[in-house]
Ligand binder design. Structure first.
Ligand SMILES: C[S@@+](CC[C@H](N)C(=O)[O-])C[C@H]1O[C@@H](n2cnc3c(N)ncnc32)[C@H](O)[C@@H]1O
Length: 224
């Protein structure tokens, strides 16, 4: 039996116990390795075209888009982010990393990108944000609209229906590697969708060329 989903809410904002500057630093240290894996996959397997315009949904502190732009000096990245506090930090990070001219941020939500024209982006990416979206079907339809017909896609997130291996990593190894932040990890897992739920959203949005690729810890969504 898969547990009922427990939503985490949308935008992640400054909190009394932690500013988004502090969050950004924690994520850079704790998740940097995973971010590098995501970026390597984009560069080696998804292969953004020359001078690609990239949209990152829910960039948070922005490390993925920023480091991707450093690896590929021909591309530009726009981060569509629901949290003004995250945008404040991501802008500072892009400046400090010397890519502020090519990495910019838009305040908004994936479910409504009305200020963005159809067929704008060559590539849409997102990491660990899908489980925050209130309405994934609307979000998927909006992504499909702002993506060029030849556009590429790579979305990654957790999965709630972890099997034995996934649960072992989350519950036995997780507390040692994530320490105080373990509770965030666990809460993201229980806010996330199962591969079957995502397949149903894709079917309902009529996106026949989108495919869900599950692995033992999470899922990715790409174009077939
Ligand atoms: C867990 S963080 C992940 C941040 C970053 N992608 C990373 O991998 O570190 C999720 C981000 O998605 C943003 N977010 C939540 N709901 C959103 C929505 N509907 N549209 C756009 N961004 C959203 C949050 O504000 C937050 O910055």
């Amino acid at each position: 039996m898969v547990k009922t989903r427990v939503p985490e809410g949308g935008a992640i904002l400054d909190q009394e116990e932690m500013t988004m500057e502090e969050y950004s630093e924690k994520m850079r240290k704790m998740m940097g390795f995973e971010y590098r894996g995501f970026i390597n996959h984009i560069i080696k397997n998804i292969i953004p075209p020359e001078n690609a315009k990239v949209l990152e949904i829910g960039p948070g502190p922005g490390w993925i888009g920023i480091w991707l732009a450093k690896e590929r000096p021909d591309i530009s990245v726009e981060g569509l982010e629901a949290s003004p506090d995250m945008i404040r930090v991501a802008k500072k990070n892009a400046e400090a990393e010397g890519v502020a001219e090519r990495v910019q941020y838009i305040h908004g939500i994936v479910e409504n990108m009305e200020n963005i024209s159809n067929a704008t982006y060559d590539l849409v990416i997102s990491n660990d944000s899908l489980h925050h979206w209130d309405d994934p079907i609307k979000g998927f339809l909006e992504i499909a609209r702002v993506m060029k017909p030849s556009g590429k896609l790579h979305i990654e997130d957790e999965r709630r229906d972890l099997g034995f291996r996934g649960k072992f990593i989350l519950y036995v190894i997780g507390p040692f590697i994530a320490r105080k932040e373990w509770k965030w990890w666990k809460s993201s897992v229980y806010a996330s969708y199962t591969p079957d739920e995502i397949r149903t959203f894709i079917e309902q949005a009529n996106l026949a060329n989108w495919i869900v690729k599950p692995n033992f810890m999470g899922i990715s969504i790409e174009i077939k």
